[in-house]
Design a protein around this ligand. Structure first.
Ligand code: PEP
Ligand code: MG
Length: 306
């Protein structure tokens, strides 16, 4: 089995009839970028930046963040590295930031909602990402975007920091800007959002939770948690279609992206980048290389209209 998969570490990611795909890895530390490379990922589709902020007494400095992002970028050796800006709140608490108790933390002050109100946290992260982009194909992605205003505000802050760094004479690189589609509102308005970003990445973990009103990780309702629910899938299909119409890539970085029962259907819907835990990369690449685009479309049809 290990040997049979060896070939799928290095072969190009494509369907049987040659449609190009990207099979990428999700990572949570710069060291895991080595795993992404070892398993032959086409890039990092999601670098969760939370690790830098958790389990410590002080916020990471801009320089500390820069070192972490640069290390990951250098390890990826020119392959894309999508860094997601801080996504805390919800179930993940920031030890350095005392926030009021929330009855419904998953509907509360998390991710982009928190960082937009705390520019003293957001700005150094954006600067570190821009600086790391001098060392590889670094892209930035905003989590939990639910309105156009949030996206525009985040983009403006990024551009402002880019100009500031350039005025300071600090080297930066070009950074593509993407957003996670993980709130149903973002999927419904995907046509509008697609005009304002360079790429989408669908977060099925949260998109499932918010579409079905089923808390992720709550054992009492685990039987209702279903990324394969046709309502979730139709939002995914809408998002991928909007991306295709604007000629921007549509990725996916939730757990479902690496699920062999669902991955072909996602490709059939037009998702062209799937990001998963590094060791899932070769088997999913193998699976998709054995299917034509038509077969993937049929798989999508079956699940969308059961
Ligand atoms: C998601 O919501 O699908 C996702 C990838 O983000 P996280 O699991 O970190 O919330
Ligand atoms: Mg999420």
């Amino acid at each position: 089995e290990a040997q049979a998969l060896e070939a799928f570490r290095t072969c190009p990611s494509q369907t049987k009839d040659g449609a190009a795909l990207e099979i990428c890895a999700n990572i949570g530390t710069p060291q895991e970028a080595q795993q992404a490379m070892k398993y032959g990922a086409d890039g990092v589709g999601l670098f969760r930046s939370e690790f830098l902020f958790m389990d410590r007494d002080a916020l990471p400095t801009e320089d500390e963040q820069f070192e972490a992002y640069r290390t990951a970028a250098e390890t990826m050796a020119g392959k894309p590295l999508i860094i997601r800006t801080l996504d805390v709140g919800g179930d993940k608490k920031l030890p350095t930031l005392e926030l009021p108790h929330e009855d419904n933390p998953f509907l509360g002050f998390r991710a982009i909602r928190m960082t937009l109100s705390h520019p003293e946290i957001f700005r150094p992260q954006l600067r570190a990402i821009l600086r790391a982009a001098a060392y590889g194909d670094v892209r930035v992605m905003f989590p939990m975007i639910g309105s156009m205003d949030q996206l525009r505000e985040a983009k403006a802050l990024l551009r402002e920091q880019e100009q500031t760094l350039q005025a300071e004479g600090v080297p930066t690189g070009p950074v593509k800007v993407g957003m996670m589609v993980e709130i149903p509102a973002a999927a419904v308005l995907a046509e509008e959002f697609a005009k304002e970003v360079d790429f989408f990445s669908i977060g099925t973990n949260d998109l499932t939770q918010y579409t079905l009103a089923v808390e992720r990780g709550n054992a009492a309702v685990a039987h209702l948690y279903a990324p394969e629910h046709p309502a979730v899938l139709r939002l995914i299909a809408m998002t991928a279609q909007a991306a295709a119409e604007r000629h921007i890539p549509c990725g996916m970085c939730g757990e479902a992206a690496g699920d062999p029962k669902l991955a072909p259907a996602f490709v059939g819907m037009g998702v062209n980048e799937l990001s998963m835990s590094p060791r899932r990369v070769p088997p999913v690449r193998k699976l998709l290389s054995g299917l034509t685009m038509d077969e993937c479309r049929q798989a999508a049809e079956k699940l969308l209209h059961p």
